[in-house]
Design a protein around this ligand. Sequence first.
Ligand SMILES: [Zn+2]
Ligand SMILES: [Zn+2]
Length: 635
Amino acid sequence: MGSCEILSGALRDVPVTGHRRVGRAQRLCIAGWLGLLVTAGWAVPTPAETLRLDPMETKDSLERAWYAPAPSLDVRVARTRSAALEVGVWNLDGAARALVGDAFPEPAIERSRAALALAPDLPLAHLAHAQAHWQAHRPLPATAALVSSVLAIPRHPEAAPWFAGNALVLLAAALVSGAGVCLLLAAAWALPHMSHDLGDWIPRRNLPEFARAAVLASLLLVPIALGEGVFGLVLAAAVVAAWGYRGRRRWAVITAAGLLWVGLFPVLGLGTRVLTGLQTDAVARAALASLRGVGSPMDLPLLESAAQVDPLAGWALARRSVRRGELADAHALYERLLAQRPNDPALMNDAANVHLERGHLEPALALYRRAADLSDSAVPRFNLAQTHGRAFDVESLANALAEAQEVDAALVAELSQLPGARIDGIVAGLPVPREWIWERALASGQGEALASALRAPWVPGVLGRGSSTSALGLVLALSAGGLLARGMPRSSGCSQCGRRICGRCDPSQNGFVGSSCSDCARLFQRSEASGRSRARAQRIRALATRRRRLAGLAWTASLALPGAAGFLAGRPLLGLLGALSFGLAASMAAFPTGIVPDPLLMGDAARWAALGVAALSILTYGAVVTWSIRLWGGR
Ligand SMILES: [Zn+2]
Ligand SMILES: [Zn+2]
């Protein structure tokens, strides 16, 4: 009798209840898994690194605002925030990093508050704020700031693609490992039955079980021998699983094969594309750094050579010219940009800011009005109000301001209070639209190369090379299993003694397939005197001992093998769910900070987000295992 048979067929009907069956082996399993997850998740945290603005480029308005002497940190921050918003830098990440580092003498809580004022969407700043509250023994605000550090991830223009790319790659790992484990478990359950039944079709009957198993194993190992590696093993498992599960349960096998493919190709492909899109695009990286106010003068030649054809590079140069007060250059650059992208409200608003700064009120008004029509932000409306103010048109000013307040009153209040270089307040730029960044993040990059490199150890062969060939391989494997199963009466294992019940080998067992063998059925039928009563009692005791032993084994398997509990309960879909949730928890715990280094945006926020996902997955896994154990234990 194969071990898989012990763990499944015979066991499914064993009544097991109560926690007293959780013995030493099971406790060791739980402790082992928990230990693995905890140590992986809490590997040494990386300290938040700081990055300072380049003090060499003193013509820059942003750097002047930041570096010029100030009576207090508050004054420095308000002055810098207003200079930053004027050039559309809504997250001044460099200054925020310097603040949460040790560059300033103020207490940690003041520094983190200032960092949040300058970079409200930077996860790192929220995290520093949480730490400052925690050190001051204020656990509630600390927890709130910790949660906002994770919630800030999708808002930050560059943290979002980094996080999404990593999350997709880890999701792919979870899908592939969970679905793969599920197919292997399903195959392990069906394999002994399949080897026996196929053996019955070989002309020379009563072939010993080990010989039948050897024949089937040699057939199943063909894809591995052909160099298909782990994917070949999974293909063989898919054949056996499709053979072993029929009716509704076969859908669980088909779903597992589908999810394996989805993880291996579309999800991994998209994740690596997003990850490499920005990493390998030197122009985009330089342009975004410059637009963030932390550009290096070394990137200038690169941006200049790309600006003719690349609007992102052109925009970075235009905003740099604005910061340096080179308004004629900025105007020329915006003229070209608006010709390239005529319907972009952020570009119109910027171009209007330049017009206003040069004293050209009419073109500024026209551009602000168009930008306000095209954008759902309060910024162009606020700027329109400011322009009307400079033209002393009080009525239009009041109308535009009311309209801006209707869109976002809090933002208008912030913009009105900021100190400007001019007495009549500031006009603000719009942030770089997310579409611009995602467009670049999704551009080709080296995504497919990275995806192939990640896939290679698991799918080394010809079939795994492309998405269509591997899909074909899986479909063929599932169909082969289904076709083999067609019209073949199945043998089973006795739920009491584990003996093979096969109508072909032993016609007296006909009609017993799927339950107890004929001997056990007779043994438990009290009405019929089945031989001497002492021998009967002995036999029943032996069966009870076997049941207890198997129950212990089933507990161990349920806890040690992700997904096994669902299979023991005869619910392969539960097994799949268990394996997937365990896979997700494991991949999050194994790579809590992603597979590509964090571009100094996240701090430990990535780790906390990964920990949250891992905790949710572990809870799901625990619920699935408990439910499954109740299902097979309660029968
Ligand atoms: Zn039996
Ligand atoms: Zn047989």
